[in-house]
Design a binder for this molecule. Structure first.
Ligand code: PEP
Ligand code: MG
Length: 314
């Protein structure tokens, strides 16, 4: 028989517990926006714009070279707008361009892309934009028009940052181009160990959010090429060094009230997500098909956290 419930239990004020984790969704193509929204996700934790741009079959440099910036800007504007329209009132974090040069090589304009031995360690992410201001500016112009059109739920996320100075420089460029940087949401991806180690400095520099790009964070922490089948078995999302970096960065974000999220593939793994929720992550962003099981994993973990806290305080 079930034990009789105590008649009256003096419950001390519960210890602070971590709940309310948002479950967001990753989107790579505007055509998937409706399907993504139908999951009931709490926003978009990563909107990749690479596919949109690679689909144009001309490099960003080509548009600059041919004075066709307006065409690029309007394609980007309408692609992002489709996603924003599917998520009214929910935050949508758009990541600035992050394609390695080898993916541009076969496109029109690709012949001027540098040939690199290690494209994943090369001319990509924020470093490309900072050194190609005319290409960065086209993206910023699309964002600026969306903010001006009232899409205040649009946030912008910079990939592959490894020093807060890159964030500061990107924001200064946006300001110079007319963005009211105090009023918009700008954050970074944590996908290089240096950015996890320097998280406090990123927070001091004014990031509004940080999101773990674990696909890259794992590869760069462990020196395991994420696309190399010969070492695939050593690509360990739960390697203690990876977890320690993540834990360190989550703690700093929590302490300073900065939203901390994940948009890498590990955010679609229920066990990893349970671990992240237990360590205080404030949101997770999963692939469209994974959203239901991630919602369930989050709810289960939060229930366990609440029960543990209640028992401790009973
Ligand atoms: C990541 O690195 O985890 C990430 C989300 O970015 P991408 O997979 O596009 O490199
Ligand atoms: Mg990445």
């Amino acid at each position: 028989p079930a034990p009789a419930a105590p008649a009256a239990v003096a419950v001390a004020a519960p210890a602070p517990v971590i709940t309310g984790t948002l479950v967001k969704v990753n989107v790579s193509l505007p055509e998937a926006a409706k399907r993504a929204a139908a999951t009931g996700a709490d926003g978009v934790g990563l909107l990749r714009i690479e596919h949109l741009i690679l689909g144009l079959n001309k490099t960003p440099g080509w548009y600059v070279e041919h004075g066709e910036e307006e065409k690029f800007i309007s394609e980007l504007y309408s692609g992002i707008k489709t996603v924003l329209d599917a998520f009214p009132g929910k935050s949508v974090w758009v990541r600035t361009l992050d394609a390695p040069t080898d993916e541009f090589r076969n496109m029109e304009g690709g012949e001027v892309e540098p040939v690199e031995h290690n494209p994943m360690l090369g001319w990509r992410g924020i470093r490309r934009d900072l050194r190609s201001p005319e290409q960065f500016r086209m993206q910023v112009e699309a964002f600026k028009r969306l903010w001006a059109a009232g899409y205040s739920n649009l946030g912008v996320m910079f990939p592959l940052v490894n020093h807060p100075a890159e964030f500061v420089q990107a924001r200064a460029m946006m300001k110079e181009w007319g963005v009211n940087v105090e009023n918009v949401t700008l954050g970074v991806m944590i996908e290089v160990p240096s950015s996890a180690i320097l998280i406090e400095d990123f927070i001091k520099a004014g990031i509004k959010f940080a999101s773990f790009g674990t696909n890259d964070l794992i590869q760069y922490t462990l020196a395991i090429d994420r696309n190399n089948e010969h070492v695939a078995d050593m690509y360990e999302p739960e390697h203690p060094a990876v977890l320690r970096l993540i834990d360190y960065a989550i703690k700093a974000c929590r302490e300073h009230g900065v939203e901390c999220s994940i948009c890498g593939q590990a955010g679609s793994d229920p066990d990893m997500v349970a671990w992240l929720v237990g360590h205080g992550i404030t949101s997770v962003s999963a692939n469209i098909d994974a959203v239901p099981r991630i919602r369930e994993a989050v709810a289960r973990k939060e229930r366990q956290i609440l029960l543990d806290a209640a028992r401790r305080n009973a």
